[in-house]
Design a protein around this ligand. Structure first.
Ligand SMILES: Nc1ncnc2c1ncn2[C@@H]1O[C@H](COP(=O)(O)OP(=O)(O)O)[C@@H](O)[C@H]1O
Ligand SMILES: O=C(OP(=O)(O)O)[C@H](O)COP(=O)(O)O
Length: 393
């Protein structure tokens, strides 16, 4: 694996794909800095060589240009963490970006605007990739969290460079996860929550061969419950993934994987800290109400499975942990995993928001490994080769 340590960046401009898709709070401030801190060693190595760094990333899932997803919101935080005042270009391509990249001096850092403001990014458009490539001399991929996406900046851009390599974070994540996943002791339990239902539900089928227990929580819950005929009110649901949910349940049964779904839910009459809340059966959520956390019975039920597990893989918070009212499930599951880890289990937690939750509630040092990637970690577990990794091999 060729990394930035194998290249001398003196007087070179490194075009670095980072994953700065960080949680922002209501004031549009960085809520968790893990992904920025994780990219720091790669950036510093390049600057210390006498090179310069052009950082590119996405933030969220904007539809075109949506200012609340501007990477401008994170410029000060990146400057503070890296210790160098970061320059900002208000687009990822075009004249301004070109000029800013051209003028960049050794030791300087330029951050480009959110790549996903351009629809070409997700399409993996060739000419957009070529334009990005024209900004730098050497391509570095350090975006583990986005390595499962075959987008312009993560994959296609690589072919326009003679010199390309892994960033230190990406290399470390691959080495650590390969080691972990190659030697997982049974029973293996995967806990899947969060809000990215449509992209992550498709992964589940492929990991069934690798696990003994599947715990479903968070926003992932309601697509399964509705598919089984439950009433989920206004909870998060992917209508067109209900057949897949049923197929997963059937396939799990055939493979001897035990699936554990929530039995009760903390429901709210609005998506707000101030909402009225109550605990009801997960299958009987009234219209106008939405499930925003797992309930106390579910916490007990999941706890029994987690306690008996020897390998635990967790992606996706169990509820809307950003609001105190709906954080109990995530905290309880974090406590149970910490306890199992203390008793000898190996625990792996990954994902932008999952890491934020683990840090917020103080479990970071009580689990075995924390990965910056959620979806990427799950796809590695599937045994898939990730496009972002293949492109620079
Ligand atoms: N029941 C729920 N309804 C809506 N959103 C939820 C629910 N449970 C959890 N979430 C949200 O899921 C988000 C994280 O999901 P996701 O991005 O898939 O996780 P990660 O970033 O760790 O991979 C959090 O912002 C959290 O508020
Ligand atoms: O946060 C991310 O993934 P994760 O939520 O699975 O950890 C990555 O930045 C990928 O984002 P995407 O799922 O919008 O492509």
């Amino acid at each position: 694996m060729k990394t930035v340590n194998d290249i001398n960046f003196k007087n070179k401009k490194a075009l670095i794909r980072v994953d700065f898709n960080v949680p922002l709070n209501d004031q549009l401030e960085v809520g968790d800095t893990s992904r920025i801190e994780a990219a720091k060693p790669t950036i510093l190595k390049i600057l210390e060589d006498g090179g310069s760094a052009i950082l590119m990333s996405h933030l969220g899932r904007p539809e075109g240009i949506e200012k609340r997803y501007s990477l401008e919101h994170i410029v000060d935080k990146v400057s503070e963490i890296i210790g160098v005042k970061v320059k900002f270009a208000s687009d990822s391509v075009g004249e301004e970006a070109k000029k800013a990249a051209k003028d960049l001096q050794p030791g300087e850092i330029l951050l480009l605007e959110n790549l996903r403001f351009q629809p070409e990014e997700k399409k993996g458009d060739e000419s957009f990739s070529k334009e990005l490539a024209s900004l730098g001399d050497i391509y570095v991929n350090d975006a583990f969290g986005t390595a499962h996406r075959a987008h312009a900046s993560t994959t296609i851009v690589a072919k326009y460079f003679d010199e390309k390599c892994f960033g230190l974070l990406l290399a470390k994540e691959i080495e650590s996860l390969e080691k972990v996943l190659g030697s997982s002791e049974k029973p293996v339990t995967a806990i899947l929550g969060g809000a990215k239902v449509s992209t992550k539900i498709t992964v589940i089928e492929n990991i069934l061969d690798k696990i003994d227990h599947l715990i479903i929580g968070g926003g992932m819950t309601y697509t399964f419950i509705k598919a089984q005929g439950g009433h989920i009110g206004n909870s998060l649901v992917e209508e067109d993934k209900q057949d897949l949910a049923l197929k997963i349940l059937k396939s799990a049964e055939e493979k001897g994987v035990q699936v554990h779904l929530p039995v009760d839910s903390v429901i709210a009459d609005s998506f707000s800290e101030m909402a009225d809340t109550k605990v009801v059966s997960v299958k009987e959520i009234p219209d106008g109400w939405m499930g925003l956390d797992v309930g106390p019975e579910t916490i007990k039920k999941f706890g029994r499975v987690i306690t008996d597990s020897k390998t635990i893989l967790w992606n996706g918070p169990l509820g809307v942990f950003e609001m105190e009212t709906f954080a109990k499930g995530t905290i309880a599951i974090g406590e149970q995993i910490a306890e199992a880890t203390k008793n000898g289990a190996f625990s792996l937690v990954g994902g932008g928001d999952s890491v934020a939750a683990v840090k917020k509630f103080g479990f970071e040092d009580k689990v075995s490994y924390v990965s910056t990637g959620g979806g990427a970690m799950l796809e590695m577990l599937e045994g898939k080769s990730l496009p972002g990794i293949e492109a620079i091999k």
